[in-house]
Design a protein around this ligand. Structure first.
Ligand SMILES: [Mg+2]
Ligand SMILES: [Zn+2]
Length: 229
């Protein structure tokens, strides 16, 4: 709205001051609104547990040196659907946080990605799972956006939308960028990898908990959840 003010053609000094005041009051208003939202959500936080999931290599098979560009290429990993169901049955809301630079590179369209997403969400639901929302960064690395993991942008957006506490929310991923993004926001992370000894040496600084698949990761989350409740 401040921009409208400027665009309305008033360029006298008086109006500049007004624009400034308007900006300040807008900021004050959004600060109050944010506090109210925070308070409202604080009540829900206790009831709703969240888990943040990477997609490729966690839920579905990763396409080596490429992208899942169509539905037939989206292959659920063994035990993944069961893991999603277990999360839902135990009161966890699953959010997917995924880099999909294939869109930015023109390997697949945003519409194709949307279609793949609708289909895997529907399939998870049919198996008793509950993927509540999917967050994608579709930028290329060179675009230097704030959302491509290891940047925390997508995680921050998910947190703003849902109001969960990072420190109490697991992020389950299969790559270093997942671990780094989790560390930036303070999420406990679980790494999916079939060669724990090797990755521990490689990413020692992140000290990840390493498990072979999503099913094992979910077992850990559920055990922890029981202790925290
Ligand atoms: Mg991955
Ligand atoms: Zn991005």
């Amino acid at each position: 709205m401040a921009r409208n003010y400027r665009q309305s053609g008033h360029k006298r000094a008086g109006h500049c001051v007004k624009v400034g005041l308007f900006c300040r009051s807008t900021r004050a208003f959004s600060r109050i609104a944010a506090l109210e939202t925070k308070a409202r959500r604080a009540k829900n936080v206790r009831m709703t547990k969240y888990v943040l999931l990477d997609r490729d290599g966690v839920i579905n098979r990763k396409v080596e040196n490429g992208y899942v560009a169509s539905w037939p290429e989206f292959v659920f990993l063994p035990g993944a659907l069961e893991a999603l169901r277990l999360l839902a049955e135990n009161g966890y809301v699953s959010l997917v946080i995924s880099n999909q630079a294939g869109v930015g590179k023109g390997v697949l369209t945003a519409a194709a990605l949307r279609q793949i997403t609708q289909r895997f969400m529907a399939k998870a639901k049919a198996h008793g799972g509950r993927i509540f929302q999917v967050y994608y960064c579709t930028h290329r690395k060179e675009e230097r956006c704030q959302c491509r993991k290891p940047k925390p942008g997508l995680l921050l957006r998910a947190q703003q939308d849902h109001g969960f506490q990072f420190a109490k929310t697991y992020l389950i991923g299969d790559s270093e960028s997942d671990l780094l993004a989790a560390r930036t926001v303070g999420c406990p992370a679980i790494l999916i990898n079939r060669n724990p000894a090797r990755v521990r040496g490689k990413w020692a600084s992140c000290l990840p908990t390493v498990v072979p698949d999503l099913r094992s990761a979910v077992s850990l989350v559920l055990e922890e959840g029981d202790h925290r409740a």
